[in-house]
Every structure is written in structure tokens, then in C-alpha cells.
Design a binder for this molecule. Sequence first.
Ligand code: NAI
Ligand code: MG
Length: 499
Amino acid sequence: MTALPTVANPHHPFLDGKPKKLLIGGRWVEAASGETFETHNPATGAHLAHVAKGDKEDIDRAVAAARKAFEEGPWSRMKPYERQRLILKLADLVERHYEELATLDTIDMGAPVVRTFGNRQRVMGMLHYYAGLSINIHGETIDNSLPGEIFSYTLKEPVGVVGAIIPWNGPLTACVWKIGPALATGCTIVLKPAEEAPLTALRLGELIVEAGIPDGVVNIVTGFGETAGAALAEHMDVDKIAFTGSHFTGQKIVHASTSNLKRISLELGGKSPDIVFADADLDLAVPGASMGVFANSGQICSAGTRLFVERRIYDEFTERVADFGRKLRVGNGLDPETQIGPLVSAEQLDRVTDYLSIGRQEGARPIAGGMQLTDGDYAKGYFVAPTVFADVRDDMRIAQEEIFGPVLSAIPFDDVEEVIRRGNQTQFGLGSGVWTRDVSKAHRVAKGLRAGSVWVNCYQAMDPAVPFGGYKMSGYGRESGIQHLEEYLNVKAVWIKTA
Ligand code: NAI
Ligand code: MG
């Protein structure tokens, strides 16, 4: 196996100095414009690669290839079992190259290897789950009440060409989360990775070719959101967009979809409440609630950034969380000791440090972190100290807007009904948490919160079989679970007069 990069020698085998190309119709091609953009390591600022800057013309070519594969290619004639075999073959290749892919995530977007390597079960589990679902797609026979003999049943059919637009906060899992269900259902796909972290998708593309997935079934067009992404979202020959990212961009995608009324699923941001009752096992709740925000430097859509703490333990608990935050090892993700890596980009750093100032101006009190880290090697990257703001009020911007950095707002509360009401005072509804030893309290809160996931005495648990998605402005549609496949399927009713 290839030697993996270290902090001292961050050279990755995929980074061979050659410009990275687009995968269209099974071939690696330059952007029609010939242009490229650069991607770099957010921990050190080091240049990593030139990447093809795809735009509308490239999206047109990729969609045409995907359409051809959907309608004419061998893919369109494959039986579920053959699709399953191809997904399993891809899974084997991903497993064999897992550390290489995970390290590429680390180098390109900053997440520490403890995290990217730790996602192995999740990534492999997803691929195996979709492989299983591919032979499990079925319609229904339906008893109807029409007079005479007339029989009715449904067929489930792939929606067609899917455009997938993904963010940078977990490139490998995001790719698999979109490509997996497309392959399972027999769709074809054009994937537009995030410009901040395009490399893992491209290496995965090589494995997709190696697995023997037919040409044009998976196409990968790197490029920017406002150009390549927008062209995909408004394309007349794309049947569905699966999007993960900010709710602002989600709204643009909905507007763009009116061109041909394509289907959409949106997994957007959040401002998730995480509620700690005084009767909770606090030794469990301290690390759980802390990492529910600080993990991946806060760059997780379902992060539990509004930490509601029952008033009689508020001071003690928030101080313990602050202490947990202060002790986290922040650094280069290639260091196996690192727990928290950099933010992904200068843009994200500006955004997060702006919110640190806003929090102070609003009167919140930083009791841990509260600043960018700039000493020594930190100066080369985009590092922010894990931050806990105390004395946060519900109406502050830091309690309402998604920050997407390692910033936690601690808010006191007094009773169950009150905290359910205040927990729901947000435009979002993605994740939520409750920590208590009282099972009826846990149920009441789980039922009362308007969010797609509720974690009780844990946070951020994810599994390929359990649906994940949003209420309100966190989007619609579900990923994972059997619900996920429905997003990629059409239902056709068939009527047969039998007499
Ligand atoms: P973004 O939503 O702009 O980008 C996500 C993806 O959408 C990228 O692939 C981007 O190229 C693409 N995109 C951007 N504009 C587009 C357009 N007009 N049409 C089609 N595609 C477009 O998010 P960004 O700029 O990376 O981050 C900004 C904020 O968004 C973050 O601070 C965070 O609050 C939130 N965010 C939420 C994520 C989530 O998982 N829910 C992931 C990433 C960001
Ligand atoms: Mg953007």
C-alpha cells in the first residue's frame, strides 16, 4: 500500500502535479474553456492541484452523456442484480483505497484523520446498504373499486438524469450519499463537487471507472457554484437535483428548477437545539454536547449549536463544556493527535470571525476561545479556537444564524414546555438533542421539537438505514433509509382490463 502523507511529508499519491480533469462519458477531459482553478490545503495554505474549471458547456456535455447512458447504454438494460454487483465492486475498491480517499479529504478540506478515517464504517455501510436496496425496489398491486375486472399495480422507475451538488464539509461521504442511491435505482448522475474541496470526488471517479460502471452513468464536473452549479440546476434535461449546502443556495436551486419543473431534494443548514436537563448523566452530556458542535470545526449542518441548559446546572455545565473546548487539540489534520482541524477556506474564516465579533457586540460572553488562532504554524491556516458563548439570548444573531464554525451558544432554560417552544424558535429544523434520565421527558421533547432528527443522550448518530433530513428551512426530502430511494424513483400506475 502507498505510504500515506504525514505532517512532515504531506505529499499524496493523487497529487502528481498534473491538472485534474472532468469525468464525462467515461473519459477524462479538460474543461471546454481550458481553464483551471487551484485547490489548496486549509491547514497550511499549500497548493495541491489545478482542477478543471467546468462551466455550462461542460455541464451540457455531461448531461448529454448521462442522458445517453440512461436511455441507450448497457446501464439502461441492466438487471438490479447487475447494478448491485457493480456497487459492490465499487465498495471493494473504496475499501481497498479507503485511507487514501480519507487522507485526500483531510488534505483538501482540513478535517483531522481521526475523523476522516473514523468515517470508514459509515462510507462502507452506505455503499453496502445501497447495494442491498438495488435488488429491493418494488411497486404494489392495488385493489381498486371500479366495476368489472380491472387490475391495477404500480411500477417504480428511476427518475432519470440526476444532478448532484455537494458541499465541502465531508466530500467522500457526500459523494457516496448521492452516487449510491443513483446507482441503486438505475439513474445516471452528474456530480458537481464543491470548489473548496474537489479532489476526493475525482479520485473516487477513477475508482468508478475501474469498477466497470458503464460510461456516462457517473459524470463529475468540477467548477464553481454560480457557473457550473447554476447550469446544472437550470438544465432542461436534468430530471432531479439532489442538493446539500446553504439554504440561500437551496432557494436559488428551487428557482432554477422552474425551467423544467425538475424534482428536488434539499439538505440545508441548521441551528439545532441541544437540550440538557439537570437530571442528565452530565459526564456523558459534556463531551456529547461539546463534540455535537466542535466536531469537524463546527462545519456540520446538524451541529447542536444552541445549547439549552437547565438553569440550576447552567453555570457548572457551561464551564465544563468550555473546559472541554479549551482542551481540544486544534491543528493540522494530518497529525493523528489533532482533534479539530482548520476551517475550510479564508471565506469561511472571515465568516466565523465576523460572528465572533457579532456575538461580543450583542452582549454574549465568550468563556472559551472566541478568536482566530495565529501563533506559529496556525498563521498559515484557517484556525479558530473552539468557542463557547455564555449569556446568549434567543434573539441574538449568533443564536439564529448558521455560523458553520466551532462556536456554541449556551442558553439557560427553566422547564420542559418552555424549552420545546424556544427550541423551535428558529427558521431551521434539522437536528436536535435532549439529555435526560427521565424517559417521559425525553419523549415529550422528541415529539415537541420540529426537526428531522432527535438524538436522546447522544448526538449526531447516523446510519445508512435511518432517514436524515430537514423540517422548515432545513430543506425537504430524506437521505438514508428506504425513504431515500423514493427521491430517485417515479411511480407509474398501470391499469389492465382483464375482462
Ligand atoms: P453553498 O451552498 O454556496 O455551496 C454548496 C454547493 O453549492 C457547492 O458545490 C457550490 O458550488 C454550489 N453552489 C453555490 N451556488 C450555487 C448556485 N447558484 N447554483 C447551484 N449550485 C451552487 O455553501 P458555501 O458557500 O460553501 O458555504 C456557505 C455557508 O453555507 C456555510 O457557512 C454554511 O452555513 C452553509 N453550508 C451548509 C452545508 C450543509 O451541509 N448544510 C454545507 C456547506 C455550507
Ligand atoms: Mg458558496
